[in-house]
Design a protein around this ligand. Sequence first.
Ligand code: BG6
Length: 488
Amino acid sequence: MKFDKNFYWGGAIAANQAEGAWNKDGRGMARTDVTTGGSVNTPRMVTFMDKDGHKQKAPNRGFKLPEGAHYAVFDDELYPNHDGIDFYHHYKEDIALFKEMGFKMFRLSISWSRIYPTGEEEQPNQAGLDFYRRVFTELRNQGIEPLVSIWHFDTPLALEEKYGDWQDRRYIDLYEKYVRTIFTEYKGLVKYWLTFNEINNTINFLPDDASDEAHQEAYQHLHYQFVASARAVKIGHDIDPENKIGCMICGITYYPSTCDPKDILFNRSKWEKGIFYCGDVQCKGKYPTFAKRLWKEHHIELDVTDQDLEDLKQGTVDMYTFSYYMSQAVTTHHNDDVVGGNMSFGVRNEYLTYSDWGWALDPDGLQYYLEMIYDRYEKPLMVVENGLGAYDTVEEDGRIHDPFRIDYYRRHIQAMAKAIENGVDLIAYTTWGCIDLVSAGTGEMRKRYGFIYVDKHDDGTGTMKRMKKDSFYWYKKVIASQGEDLDD
Ligand code: BG6
C-alpha cells in the first residue's frame, strides 16, 4: 500500500463559497457579499456607493474603495455567495454524503464575520459559534476529522472599510482575538488548523510590472499576516498542545518556457517570490536571504519590529499545506499565447492540455512540487485543494457522467503515490469543492468541482438538491481501497 491506512482522504470547501446564509444569525458582511458573479471572460464586480451617494461598480481584482465611498448591496444585482449552496442549512445531509464516500477528513473554513461581525466587538456572536460547534460535532460523530481554515479570503467587510486590506498593523491584534476565541471554543473538537488560505496570492499574483507602491503594499500586507499567523500558531499550541497548525500556500509548479538562461533565472525568481518567500517564513521562522533582493528591486521598506521577528521565530508551522491545480510556463521572451490560471497567467505549454477555464492539467507538476517542497522543509505535507472545474450535464435519468473528473483525480493520485514512494511524508488529500460550490475566481456555479452535484445555477435559480455524480462512486472505491483501486 502506498497510502498509509491513516492517510486522510477527504474533500474541502470554504465558508463564503458554500454556506450562504450571508445575513443570518448575526453574521457580518465580507467582501464576497458585495461581489457579483462573472465568467471566464467577464470579471466579478464589487458594488459600492461613492462619496456623492451614487451606485457604482468596479472589477473586483485589485479594487480599492475610493475615499468617502462605502460598500453596498444593490437589489438589482445577483450576489452568488449570498446563497452559496446553503451548506448552512444542509450541512448534516452533506456530511452524511461525505461519510458515505468514506471521508476521513473534511476541510472547511470559519467565516470570521460570523464570529465577530465587524471584527471589533468585545464579545463573539454566540449564534456563529454555535453553528460551527454543530458542524464540528456532526463531523466527529461521523468519524471525520475537521481541518479548519481560520481565514479563507474573508476579512470582515467593516474592517476592510476602516483599515483597508491588511495594510494596517491593527489587524494583527484583531486576528489574534478571533483565533483565541475559536481555539478556546473548539478545543477538543478541532485539532488541525490552517492560518491563512493561499497566503502567497498577495505577491504571487502581483504583476511583475506593478508599481513599487503596489509592491510595498503587498509585502507589508504579507508581513502583518505572517506575524498574525505566527502568533496564532503559538496561541494555538498554548491553548491545546494537541493542535497541529499549518500554512497554506497556493502551489503552482513553475517551468521556464525556454532554456535561455534569462528564462531560467526568471523561473527561479517565480519560485522565490511566488512560492518560497511565504513557505520559508512560515516554516523556518525568518525571512530568506533572497527576500532582501526582492525588497531592493522595488525599494521596499517594511514596518518590522523586533517583536515581530521574535514572533515569527516562535510561530513556525507544524505542517506545510497547499493547493495544487496547475503548472505554469514562464518566459522573458515576448509571447502572445497567454493562458489563464488560478488568478494568474503564463504562456502555453505545448506538452500539456488545458481545462475549459484555461488551467494547465499537469499531474507530474504535483509530484515535482511535493518532492521539491518536502526536501526544503521536511515537514508533513497536505494537499488541501486539487480538482477540476468543469461543466456537468444532468442526464434525463438524473445521472451525471464525469469521466474527465475521474481521469483528472486518477492521474493526480498516481502522482501523489509516486512522491510517497520517493519518500515524501504526505498525510492528507482533501479535494477541492468535493461538493459543487460558487467559484472564487469567477463566481460561477457552472464551473463545477464536486463529486456531489448541487442544483443551483448562475441565474440564482435551483432547488439546492444534492445528486451523486459518477465520480462519487469512484472516489468511494478509491478511499475504500486506500488509493489502490483507481479503475473506472
Ligand atoms: C483556490 C481557492 O484559489 O482555488 C479556492 O483557495 C478556489 O477558494 C479554488 O475556489 C478554485 O478556484 P475557482 O476560481 O475555480 O473557484
